[in-house]
Design a protein around this ligand. Structure first.
Ligand code: ATP
Length: 376
């Protein structure tokens, strides 16, 4: 296996006075040419991680390596300008009194004046900004400023590009288009990129892998599909997408879990021993309506929201222990559903994942970050 382009090994960081612990013990590898997104709620340590990689902060402990070379650690410190890192800031941080061309040439220290201009024109041309060379930042749209900022970061041909919330300043209708453009530019440049986002849609759409952070730690690293389909903790299950959480006990060695709603088999167990207390995280897409005789779950529709490609329904299911439990279920839009209607449906095991029991991982004092989670 090739050496990762970025390596964080047991990195910790506290800010003083306070102290405020921003990062507890972060270990993370970023592979060559990949786009890795740090995703998590406000204050979980995303920007601190990025700033530590860039060299704007010094870690209290641990080691950081870029391109196989230690840049921070015991007795080791390489300043930001010598790390081969390009940075794109949330507000683009373009110099307002410099033209686009001057903004891009600014960081090309090691070159002669003529070569700097050639390189700036080359990179601006490849980003479809050639016509903007002599304009000032205030004469550009938000999307153009974003690309100039990226051009400035890419011009010195860095080993890695770091981007802090690069899409948060863009209008909603432009956002997806610019996001796709930026990803295609990064792919063409073949550059390794670490991106910070608190927006799960961005993270799932553009990343090769996502590192989900919570309270200064990385909870899970994986492909967008793995993070969505197979969350490993209650936090990841509830922060990324909407999830129903069912308490359960693992039964035997065949991937079956007994819950209040009955026994579900073939769910992903992540190696839990028989008898373990667990949570089954089921995405709203993890249920399908079926005939009454085949249905494992029967319930009553409480409310529905039409969302074009699906109907989002809240369904009350009578529990074995009395009372109702509520589930959020996505139903096919081809049929009509009404509040009060009885519904039979079954669970699609591929959309269910067994996660560590909440007690060990979830701090209930935190407000839920995304969508409702049903904890029976
Ligand atoms: P956001 O999404 O809101 O930008 P984040 O996940 O990027 O949040 P960080 O900015 O890394 O989080 O902050 C992590 C923790 O460190 C927070 O508790 C924050 O208040 C604290 N922190 C960050 N920068 C400083 C600083 N310069 N001085 C003191 N505390 C800081």
């Amino acid at each position: 296996m090739t050496t990762p382009v970025i390596q964080l090994d047991g990195v910790g960081k506290s800010y003083r006075p306070g102290p405020v612990r921003a990062l507890a013990d972060v270990s993370l590898d970023v592979r060559e040419g990949e786009i890795l997104t740090l995703l998590g709620p406000s204050g979980c340590g995303k920007t601190t991680t990025l700033r530590l990689i860039a060299g704007f902060e010094v870690p209290d402990r641990g080691r950081i390596a870029i391109g196989g070379r230690d840049v921070a650690g015991v007795g080791r410190w390489v300043p930001p300008e010598k790390r081969g890192v390009g940075m794109v800031f949330q507000d683009y941080a373009l110099f307002p009194h410099l033209t686009v061309g001057e903004n891009v040439t600014f960081g090309l220290d090691g070159m002669g004046k003529a070569d700097r201009a050639v390189r700036a024109r080359e990179i601006l041309g490849s980003l479809d900004l050639a016509a903007c060379y002599n304009r000032y930042p205030h004469e550009l749209s938000g999307g153009q400023q974003q690309r100039v900022s990226l051009a400035r970061a890419l011009a010195p041909e860095p080993v890695v590009v770091l981007m802090d919330e690069p899409f948060s300043n863009l209008d909603a209708h432009l956002r997806n288009q610019i996001r796709d453009e930026v990803v295609s530019i990064l792919r063409q440049a073949g550059v390794t990129c670490v991106l910070v986002s608190h927006d799960q849609r961005d993270a799932l759409a553009i990343s090769d892998r996502v590192a989900v952070m919570n309270r200064g730690r990385v909870e899970q690293v994986g492909t967008p599909r793995a993070i969505y389909r197979h969350p490993e903790s209650v936090f990841v299950a509830t922060f990324v997408g909407r999830t129903n959480l069912l308490r359960g006990v693992v039964q035997g060695e065949h991937g079956c879990v007994l819950t209040d709603f009955g026994s579900f088999c073939r769910v992903d167990r992540l190696g839990f021993a028989s008898g373990s207390d667990v949570m089954v995280a089921v995405r709203p897409d993890g249920f399908e309506p079926c005939g009454e005789s085949e249905g494992v779950l029967r319930g009553r529709v409480l409310s529905t929201t039409y969302a074009g490609a699906r109907v989002e329904a809240e369904v009350a299911i009578p529990s074995d222990h009395g009372g109702d439990r509520h589930l959020v279920v996505h139903l096919p839009p081809s049929r009509h559903y009404e509040a009060g209607q009885e519904l039979s449906f079954r669970l699609v095991p591929e959309f269910a994942s067994v996660v560590r029991n909440a007690c060990t991982t979830l701090d209930f004092s935190l407000p839920p970050a995304a969508g409702p989670a049903t904890v029976p």
